[in-house]
Design a protein around this ligand. Sequence first.
Ligand SMILES: Cc1cc2nc3c(=O)[nH]c(=O)nc-3n(C[C@H](O)[C@H](O)[C@H](O)COP(=O)(O)OP(=O)(O)OC[C@H]3O[C@@H](n4cnc5c(N)ncnc54)[C@H](O)[C@@H]3O)c2cc1C
Length: 328
Amino acid sequence: MEPNGILIYGELNKENGISQIVFELLTKSAELKEKIWNQQIMVCIIGPRMNYDNIIKSLSEYGADKVIIVNDNRLSEFDENYHAKIFTQIAQKYSPRIVLIGATVQGKQIAPYTSVKLNTGLTADCTDLNIGDNYLLLSTRPTFGGKLTADIYCKTFPQMATVHQNTFKAIKKENQIDVIYDWIDIDKIENKITKINSIKKIISSKDINTAQIIVSGGMGACKDNGFTLIYELAQRLNAAVAGSRSAFEKGYITKSQQIGQTGKTVAPDLYIAVGISGAAQHLAGIKNSGKIIAINEDKNAPIFNHADVGIVGNLFDILPDLINELDR
Ligand SMILES: Cc1cc2nc3c(=O)[nH]c(=O)nc-3n(C[C@H](O)[C@H](O)[C@H](O)COP(=O)(O)OP(=O)(O)OC[C@H]3O[C@@H](n4cnc5c(N)ncnc54)[C@H](O)[C@@H]3O)c2cc1C
């Protein structure tokens, strides 16, 4: 079968709604599809037995041509074993030309498995996608520690790429949509994992994907009560807390709060970078921010080249003053 169309992994969030990344990938796919003879955009959803009407409607509003739903109550929660294997079987069956997956916690488990099973390449953490003159997917991603960007063609099909949320904007584009309820024999899927227990981790921060304001801490805040001050400032501003990879490695934030090339790409109206030097890998995650305020004691820190407002000084002096001012 000739490879045909673009297949998107239709990630469901914990509330069994469609994740925002899917709408962003749909918008990008609508642009790509025009350059590959208007081939179909397909979205594959793997989830429990439930009413999918609202989901189907929202996918049609963002330009999907077809939705393929595999539903079973064993799929009510994301399970890397089932979801990766089912998505791979769907990709084998529909033989897409391009496969796009969010670089999310789910996507990072599905994409490598699928690419190995389909014997094809995978370009991860792309910052842009285009169609080249040869009609192949042209994936752009940072390389050499973020100092350069590479344009990558994959010559085998499907051409696979993962993209962080907030890399592309989701724009509505109403379309007629075909709905297929497909069937995969789940009993035949070997499950080597037995779930014993699951523990909910409570993170005392707003969601950085949707927050309008983010207060982000770096290595400079990883001492004394630096992150306590960051959380206090965030609380006054109704902001989410995030950080650099150094802050993650030091244990002050979780992986899902890390911003940058190997973390999340965010698009708040305001990003406040506290004690962050502004390495290229960090900047990759904040380029879609509205305004950036940087607080750093080193006046030559690279972050100041990207900030709308720069405050040179010690964060342990500046943050308490800011907090006091907001409390007045
Ligand atoms: C392949 C690869 C992927 C990577 N992915 C990521 C990624 O996703 N995200 C990411 O963030 N990094 C990533 N990195 C790491 C990145 O290169 C940097 O090492 C990291 O971003 C530095 O974090 P930082 O700015 O917090 O720390 P530093 O570079 O150590 O900067 C700390 C800053 O705090 C300032 N400071 C110190 N004390 C104070 C004070 N009291 N008051 C005010 N300012 C103070 C200092 O002047 C300095 O500028 C990646 C690296 C590689 C090679």
